[in-house]
Design a protein around this ligand. Structure first.
Ligand SMILES: CC(C)(COP(=O)(O)OP(=O)(O)OC[C@H]1O[C@@H](n2cnc3c(N)ncnc32)[C@H](O)[C@@H]1OP(=O)(O)O)[C@@H](O)C(=O)NCCC(=O)NCCS
Length: 167
């Protein structure tokens, strides 16, 4: 994953969300209209990558989640304790504005999310993502994520496999 010259910070009311365009209207609309209410209800946090003039170049959301042990691939699940669920962190949404695509920002935001999950004082086994389509799933597989056997658009990356030195 490459890093790009952007500043990553929590979304706040000073950031202009109206011009953000990642070519996916549901992801644009979520940032424009819904994320603030979700943050207020404490069901998500949102981080933005800021380019020059504080323009939002990309964003992602994070929340606690759990995964059924039985949904993991057998080879992975058998190495974990026999509790019904496994604690995870879910990156619910990830999007890069079209003007900034292909510059390493998506990969950099993914790395940022992984390191935030690793630095947390609350245990999580993996970062979990819901890919919106096969193209997004291919992006996550490119970065080492593993699809759930019965749900190929849900993918996870064990945090123990993330090199801590790249923080
Ligand atoms: C998917 C998305 C976040 C990628 O962002 P980006 O900034 O263009 O991607 P990057 O430039 O960081 O690419 C990083 C790496 O991923 C690879 N990559 C990008 N898209 C890929 C894809 N669909 N399949 C496989 N690899 C992909 C790049 O080739 C690059 O590889 P490298 O590091 O080995 O050179 C962006 O295209 C986007 O916002 N798409 C619309 C919303 C979306 O699909 N979100 C996904 C979550 S549902």
């Amino acid at each position: 994953m490459s890093t790009a010259p952007f500043r990553v910070t929590r979304l706040d009311s000073a950031h202009n969300r109206s011009v953000f365009d990642c070519a996916s209207e549901p992801l644009n609309q979520y940032l424009r209209e819904r994320v603030t209410a979700d943050i207020r209800r404490r069901v998500t946090v949102c981080f933005v990558a800021l380019a020059e003039n504080n323009r939002i170049a990309g964003y992602y959301t994070l929340a606690s989640a759990s995964l059924l042990l039985a949904d993991l691939p057998n080879a992975v699940g058998k190495k974990l304790p026999r509790y019904p669920t496994v604690p995870t962190v879910r990156m619910g949404r990830l999007a890069v504005d079209q003007a900034f695509k292909g510059q390493g920002l998506g990969g950099a935001l993914l790395a940022d999310a992984l390191h935030r999950a690793l630095r947390s004082e609350i245990a999580a086994y993996a970062l979990l993502v819901d890919a919106k389509d096969e193209t997004a799933a291919a992006f996550y597989r490119h970065h080492g994520f593993i699809a759930l056997p019965d749900s190929p658009l849900t993918l996870f990356l064990p945090l123990a496999s993330v090199p801590q030195s790249s923080e």
